[in-house]
Ligand binder design. Structure first.
Ligand code: NDP
Length: 433
């Protein structure tokens, strides 16, 4: 704790993992003698840098950039970049730590990392975002590469930002190194389905959990928080599978549409005109916009928190349970607080932690790396089928590992142990490095 002072989210993420690892340490005493826990909690490297840029008024702005290479036992560092004013070293470390286990669970040869900046893209012009991305990459390029570290998007970093980052990387390195970033546009080296993958994957995982209860998503009432990349494509897949999504949100408020969210309109607002969800009601006056509302007050059977960390607390979990929730799949990273998780698990809700449920995004990024390495481009159908299989495998892995360790149905235990074992095995093999 002393070494990582003030990094509350990092402490939370580490505690949640470490407290489930007792049984695996008992079974594998070599993990303790190799100090795997102590080593896995210490990032291999952390880079912090100044990002100066000029806004449209000609004023100089300064932000702070981060890249934390957490663990490269299974492959090159891999993990997204987050641009949000709340970003600090503690945020990036919690995300990088989680990413290490998630990437191991995905079954792909990738290590764990995360990065970003305390830059707020909201309200910035295209030119400002471009100048910021160029300045950010002017330092970051020294630390990344297709066999070293491969960043991608996260909150505030979508196709537009990846384009500007890649453009600057290409320009200053004199290399068209497609595999250095994922989440690229399919027009120039990106993979089809990458944009959809995290949201679709969280829904595929929920579908597998429901199967174990003899249920399916068809006809279920669902709530999806957020209205960004993950939320939009979770809603899309839910609708394709016959579920009804009645609410979504942004950081200002909640949209409740009892007829079901109009996805075409939501995409237009968020992806094309970059507006707030409050604008939804001008097209659908019968829907409700609840300023500063709590989306978890909306009754549903299956919930998908897809916005940000700690967005669903103990009180909200109690409301959801009282309203008949049967399953919850985390599209976001660590969206449910420890108190909230306890309420859900005690009530018998099938609960999927983000490191398992939202691994579809990074798994498809690894598929993008494969396509880049072989100079190939796969069809949408083929890539979606691969994603679907990967999510079913992750579900099975978590389910069976939990059972093996005497915690049947506990996906937290299953995901933590299954991910940890893979990383630990490689670390033991490599010796003390
Ligand atoms: P986006 O930036 O596309 O969307 C984020 C959404 O969450 C927006 O609707 C945003 O609202 C809302 N949000 C963000 N911060 C807050 C906050 N502090 N309080 C309330 N709402 C907030 O990001 P993504 O959809 O890519 O990411 C969402 C989550 O999914 C994150 O936890 C991310 O780490 C996780 N994730 C993403 C992956 C991906 O492939 N993109 C992969 C795996 C996990 P507003 O516009 O008002 O800020």
């Amino acid at each position: 704790v002393r070494r990582n002072q003030g990094e509350a989210e990092f402490h939370q993420a580490v505690k949640e993992v470490v407290e489930t690892l007792g049984p695996v340490l008992l079974k594998h005493p070599e993990y303790a003698s190799h100090k795997i826990i102590e080593r896995i909690c210490e990032p291999e490297r952390q880079i912090i840098f100044r990002v100066p840029w000029q806004d449209d008024k000609g004023e100089v702005q300064i932000n702070r950039g981060f890249r934390v290479g957490f663990n490269s036992a299974l492959g090159p560092y891999k993990g997204g970049l987050r641009f949000h004013p709340s970003v600090s070293l503690g945020t990036i470390k919690f995300l990088g730590f989680e990413q290490t286990f998630k990437n191991a669970l995905s079954g792909m040869p990738i290590g764990g990392a995360k990065g970003g900046a305390d830059f707020d893209p909201k309200g910035k012009s295209d030119g400002e975002v471009m100048r910021f991305c160029q300045s950010f990459m002017t330092e970051l390029y020294r630390h990344i590469g297709e066999i070293t570290d491969v960043p991608a998007g996260d909150i505030g970093v979508g196709g537009r930002e990846i384009g500007y980052l890649f453009g600057q990387y290409k320009r200053i390195t004199n290399r068209y190194e497609s595999g250095v970033l994922t989440g690229k546009s399919p027009h120039w080296g990106g993979a089809l389905v990458r944009r959809e993958a995290t949201g679709y994957g969280a829904v595929f995982f929920a579908e597998e959990m429901l199967k174990t209860r003899g249920e399916s998503l068809e006809g279920k009432t669902c709530v999806v928080s957020g209205s960004g990349n993950v939320a939009i494509y979770a809603i899309e897949k839910l609708q394709q599978l016959g579920a009804k999504v009645v609410a979504c949100s942004d950081s200002n408020g909640v949209i409740f549409d009892r007829k079901g969210i109009d996805l075409a309109l939501l995409k237009q607002l968020k992806e094309v005109t970059r507006q707030r969800v409050s604008n939804y009601v001008s097209e659908h006056p019968d829907a409700q916009y609840i300023e500063n509302g709590n989306i978890w007050d909306v009754p549903c059977q299956v919930a998908f928190p897809c916005a940000t960390q700690n967005e669903l607390d103990e009180a909200s979990a109690k409301t959801l349970v009282a309203n008949g929730l049967i399953a919850l799949s985390e599209g976001a990273n660590m969206p449910v607080t420890p108190g909230g998780i306890k309420v859900l698990q005690t009530a018998g809700v099938s609960y999927a932690p983000g490191k398992a449920a939202n691994a579809g995004g990074v798994a498809t990024s690894a598929l993008e790396m494969q396509q880049n390495a072989s100079r190939d481009a796969w069809s949408f159908e083929y890539t979606e089928e691969r994603l679907h299989k990967i999510m079913c495998n992750i579900h099975r892995d978590c389910y069976e590992t939990a059972k093996e360790y005497g915690h049947a149905g506990n996906y937290v235990v299953g995901a933590n142990i299954a991910g940890f074992r893979r990383v630990a095995e490689a670390m033991v093999a490599f010796g003390i490095i």
